[in-house]
Design a binder for this molecule. Structure first.
Ligand code: ATP
Length: 290
């Protein structure tokens, strides 16, 4: 089932588009958005949260666009999971979680803290008295307080060290709530999302089942990300090749970094179906064979 849908969405700041003509469904089983810094992941997430209005195209929630939807209900159904730094440093943890709960349900603080694997005694502490992993759990507890249908998680574990990161991923995997996960790290998407979309320079370059994208990438950029997959907790990968090259302004945006670039890549590749996935590459068949 599709929970949220971006339909031919172009997004930008001022008059400058940074996400171009993206169509993408958030479906059950977890959806991952992967790409390097500046590829447009957070911009797309902000549009899905209703925080950024598309320059063109629409975001659909069920059969309504976000322009028409009941925003009070939408804000309850679709919850962002912010970085732990967003917690109010002056507030005690219990008050911080209680604040997120609906009126009349404030006695659920203890349950929520337990649900995210925290000792309810942390309720009396302030954020600086918790570890980074504990703070991230509090942020997740706050997001869960309104029983959302969908969590939108932007790099939920990148600030944490490896073992703590693995435990937070276990927690997220154990939740019933659906998720859109934004990350540099393919290994994190593999753990939490059945479907993955790879963004490069504000365009979807490959989409499909995560396991297939990892096992047999059809876009050279997906392959470069896969080959640079950091262990959980590692540094963000850089695609191999001429990493200093900026995206090309004409033709395929990846061509200046692509080891398979050919004359036809001076024409922009359309996103096309290829054996159960979608890929925007003239040479996808060669990528699969090579
Ligand atoms: N508020 C803003 N005003 C103008 N340009 C912005 C703004 N926010 C982001 N951008 C630009 O939009 C592009 C996409 O940024 P975005 O933050 O969506 O990328 P990202 O893939 O989430 O990167 P990161 O992983 O570093 O967060 C970048 O070129 C960025 O410089």
């Amino acid at each position: 089932m599709t929970m949220l849908r971006a339909e031919r969405v172009t997004l930008g700041y001022g008059r400058t588009p940074v996400v171009h003509d993206v169509t993408l469904d958030i479906i059950e089983g977890g959806v991952g958005l992967i790409g390097e810094s500046g590829s447009g992941k957070t911009t797309l997430a902000r549009a899905f949260l209703g925080l950024l209005t598309p320059m063109s195209g629409n975001i659909w929630y069920g059969d309504q666009t976000l322009k028409k939807v009941d925003m009070r209900k939408f804000r309850k159904d679709v919850q962002p999971v912010f970085q732990a730094e967003a917690l109010d440093p002056r507030m005690r943890i219990g008050a911080s979680v209680a604040e997120a709960l609906p009126r009349g349900a404030r006695d659920r603080v203890k349950d929520l803290l337990e649900q995210v694997g925290l000792d309810p005694d942390v309720a009396t502490r302030r954020p600086h008295q918790l570890s980074g992993g504990q703070r991230q759990r509090v942020v997740i507890a706050r997001a869960l307080a309104v029983d959302p249908r969908l969590l939108i998680l932007d790099e939920p574990t990148s600030a944490l060290d490896v073992t703590v990161q693995a435990r937070i991923l276990d927690l997220l995997a154990s939740l019933d709530t659906e998720r859109l996960l934004i990350t540099h790290n393919l290994a994190v998407v593999d753990r939490l999302c059945r479907t993955a979309h790879v963004l490069f320079a504000g365009r979807v370059v490959e989409s499909g089942p995560t396991s297939e994208l990892l096992a047999k990438p059809a876009h050279p950029y997906t392959r470069a990300l896969r080959d640079a997959v950091p262990k959980l907790g590692g540094a963000p990968p850089e695609a191999k090749g001429r990493t200093e090259a900026v995206p090309a302004r004409t033709g395929c945006p990846f061509r200046l970094r692509c080891p398979l670039a050919a004359p036809e890549c001076e024409q922009p590749p359309a996103l096309r179906d290829l054996g159960g996935r979608q890929v925007a590459c003239h040479r996808a068949e060669d990528v699969l064979l090579s």
